[in-house]
Design a protein around this ligand. Structure first.
Ligand SMILES: Cc1ncc(COP(=O)(O)O)c(C=O)c1O
Length: 395
């Protein structure tokens, strides 16, 4: 072992002591509703495949067709020879879906946030240091982009447009370019940002509004178009409701051109492979016809949220298909996740640093593949866990 590794070992030991150590669990999934692990089958409450499209024949068939037609890989970055003509076809579709003049596909949502924000805040291009106003709970990949660009973030209270207005008023300098960053639906809380109010503030203070629409695209909004209306630049992923992989940016033609010239994450990375492009293409074609699936997901989540409240569970500000059961300590979240697992449900305990200290939770995610009976059994399992906790407390 290299001498430095003892330091990492000590770091890992500390994580274990604090119940914060993470591990990779081997699973197999053969449909969108369940997963297999350790020889047992569970109802999967931890996937972001909100419409159950991962196993849809149309995606699988087109992925296979495009791999056969164009190869298993793209062979190079988009600026070299990886820019298969299918990209232009898909970017037209994404631009239309997001009602923007242009779109650009990239490798993953994480890479898009990290790379695009770094490019946007590049002082070599925009001159004075930008001022970046961010929701406090924005996804880690947005922070990566800000850190990579070396910009200071003014972090406003979660979803609080009033606090954002105060920070803009206190700090905004007319000589410096301004940006507002938010998710539309927050990944760990399942709540929704007040985008119209934030967009109004962006106009009032001449700030560029960047919205990460990862958890809304496909499953929320008119025809699954997401909730990013009013944003100047939208970043999203095909890895969640669209069932496969890859990311998009929807923006102006100028912004697209700029990113092609300055976004290292696009320039220095191999283009998405043809089979992924095929799956994206099929998912985009299906979206307008999936209203019934979107309604089904919303109804399952609504009922679960209501009845979980009745059992005494807090669900943060959730109003979408993502419903966290807030447990408090990391240990309590792990215990609840374990109790659900014993009852046949796979729901992940989410702990710091992914969520703030004291707000560890079990994130329950509803998808079009779930059935009403799954919610019945899940609520029964929760009721049992509440009963057991009460018994333990009274002995
Ligand atoms: C809000 C948000 N943005 C971006 C990403 C990253 O997307 P991808 O999984 O495509 O890298 C995620 C996924 O976890 C996310 O929750």
């Amino acid at each position: 072992m290299h001498g430095s590794e003892s330091r990492y070992e000590a770091f890992l030991a500390e994580l274990r002591r604090d119940q914060l150590r993470r591990e990779l669990t081997q699973i197999a999934a053969r449909d969108a509703r369940t997963l297999e692990a350790g020889g047992r089958t569970y109802v999967n409450l931890a996937s972001n495949d909100y419409l159950g499209l991962r196993f849809h024949d149309a995606l699988i068939d087109r992925a296979c067709d495009w791999a056969r037609a164009f190869g298993a890989g793209s062979g190079a970055s988009r600026l070299v020879t990886g820019n298969l003509d299918r990209f232009a076809h898909l970017e037209r579709k994404v631009a239309a879906l997001k009602q923007k003049p242009a779109a650009l596909l990239m490798a993953s949502g994480f890479q898009a946030n990290a790379g695009v924000l770094q490019a946007l805040f590049d002082k070599a291009a925009i001159g004075p240091e930008p001022q970046v106003f961010s929701d406090r709970l924005n996804h880690a990949s947005m922070h990566f982009g800000c850190q990579a660009a070396g910009v200071r973030q003014y972090r406003y209270r979660h979803l609080d447009a009033g606090h954002l207005a105060v920070l803009l008023e206190q700090h905004a300098r007319p000589d410096r370019p301004k940006f507002i960053l938010t998710e539309s639906v927050f990944s760990m809380d399942g709540d929704v940002a007040p985008i119209p109010e934030i967009a109004q503030l962006a106009r009032d203070y001449d700030a560029m509004l960047v919205v990460d629409d990862a958890h809304a695209t496909g499953v929320l909004g008119e025809g699954g178009a997401g909730l990013s209306g009013g944003a100047d630049l939208v970043i999203g992923t095909f890895s969640k409701a669209l069932g496969s992989f890859g990311a998009y940016i929807a923006c102006s033609e100028t912004m697209r051109d700029y990113l092609v010239n300055r976004c290292g994450a696009l320039i220095y990375s191999t283009a998405l492979p043809p089979q992924v492009l095929g799956a994206i293409d099929a998912a985009l074609d299906l979206l307008p016809s999936l209203d019934a699936e979107r309604e089904h997901v919303a109804a399952l989540a609504d009922r679960f949220r209501r009845e979980a409240h009745g059992l005494g569970f807090g669900t943060a500000g959730s109003s979408t298909h993502i419903v966290p059961l807030v447990a408090g300590s990391a240990e309590a979240a792990l215990r609840l996740s374990e109790a659900l697992r014993e009852a046949g449900f796979w729901a992940t305990a989410i702990r710091p640093p992914t969520v703030p200290q004291g707000t560890s939770r079990v994130r329950c995610v509803f998808t079009a593949a779930h059935e009403a009976g799954d919610v019945d059994k899940l609520l029964a399992a929760l009721a049992t866990s509440v009963g057991k906790a009460a018994e333990t407390a009274s002995t």
